[in-house]
Design a protein around this ligand. Structure first.
Ligand code: BTX
Length: 326
């Protein structure tokens, strides 16, 4: 640890210049092989260190890193994202967040990782979460609402994501229940997990995956044609920390509004940005499949579809929908 710290210190103080391995070895009081090993360990922690023959090592400025400090500087929230657990690589932030929640983590705790090796979507699906490309995070909230209202938080989160994207100039829309799309392609996904006992919520873990700086070639073949990122849509890379801070602020605003004023103001915004409402859709649930006109959502976040065969309104609580463009 202390050798690593000395190396970082020496490299950082060298500014744009290079430092030879020999010199680093002298400063740290170790062998050149040990220096090399520590440099390798630092790289694994995310430091970018260049090694050039005959010149030595050079550290590149640390930017766009999702560390606790980077996220806290400039964060404009009261409680969302104030307690941060940031990782380089984890299987999934959802499990870590659930464990922290069980141990009494505070309301608004953020778990975030540069990479997830077992990112989860809904219904056992996979969420691709490559290194550096996106924001993979779980928020722990403890709202004083009955458990049946928890799905409203999924809708609220989608609104927060859309507002943050629109602020960056990307015209995102929401496909019921939780897909955030741009030009018909998926840019973000939301997965809400509830920890409750009978009529009492203990905590809600909201998982949010947002594609930020991936390029088309970064997407694996199975999602290449259906996925997009903010960078692709904008034509330039974004600062993930700034986007994250904006998203967290928007989430907090909506969350506070929801608890104080109820779901109507959230529902109104969700419907405004929805690309599902007013369309002919096919809804597929575990029990049935039906086609009809999507009228809106109800207070529980269920999709209201007017079945075109029976002419009756049906409520869809969970499932997937296909939008038919007429
Ligand atoms: P979903 O079930 O609606 O979407 C999963 C589907 O989306 C996959 O089957 C695949 O087709 C597609 N997909 C997978 N990865 C991506 C991607 N990076 N971009 C676009 N499309 C993709 C949505 O589930 C919920 C996703 C929540 C992800 C967050 S990330 C932080 C937290 N940790 C974790 O493991 N999950 C959540």
């Amino acid at each position: 640890q202390s050798i690593k710290k000395q190396l970082v210190h020496a490299l950082t103080n060298a500014g744009d210049g290079y430092i030879s391995g020999q010199y680093l070895a002298e400063i740290a009081g170790c062998s050149r092989t040990a220096v090399w090993k520590h440099i390798d360990a630092l790289r694994k922690e995310g430091f970018e260190i260049e090694a050039v023959k005959k010149k030595g090592y050079r550290i590149l400025p640390r930017k766009d890193r999702l560390t606790e400090t980077e996220i806290l500087i400039g964060l404009k929230t009261d409680f969302i994202g104030r307690s941060i657990h940031a990782y380089e690589s984890v299987p999934t932030t959802q499990t870590i967040a659930s464990e922290l929640a069980a141990k009494g983590a505070e309301n608004g705790t953020l778990v975030i990782s540069e990479e997830q090796t077992e990112g989860k979507g809904r219904l056992q699906r996979v969420w691709h979460s490559p290194h550096q490309g996106g924001l993979w995070m779980s928020l722990i909230v403890k709202p004083d609402i009955p458990p049946y209202q928890a799905p409203r938080l999924t809708l609220l989160t989608a609104v927060a994501a859309v507002l943050a994207m629109r602020e960056m100039g990307v015209e995102a829309g929401i496909k019921w229940p939780n897909d955030v799309l741009v030009n018909g392609k998926k840019i973000a996904g939301i997965l809400t997990e509830l920890h409750a006992e009978s009529d009492q919520i203990h905590s809600v873990v909201i998982g949010i995956g947002i594609n930020v700086n991936q390029q088309p070639e970064d997407f694996s073949t199975d999602i290449k044609s259906i996925a997009t990122s903010l960078a692709i849509e904008k034509g330039e890379n974004l600062d993930r920390v700034i986007f994250l801070q904006s998203f967290l602020a928007k989430f907090e605003d909506l969350y506070v509004t929801f608890l104080a004023e109820g779901f109507s103001p959230i529902k109104e915004q969700w419907e405004r940005y929805s690309i599902t409402i007013g369309k002919r859709v096919t809804a597929t649930t575990a029990q049935k499949s039906l086609t009809g006109y999507a009228r809106g959502i109800n207070e529980d976040g269920a999709l209201v579809v007017k079945d075109e065969h029976t002419n009756e309104e049906q409520l869809i609580y969970s499932g997937d929908i296909t939008i038919h463009h007429m």
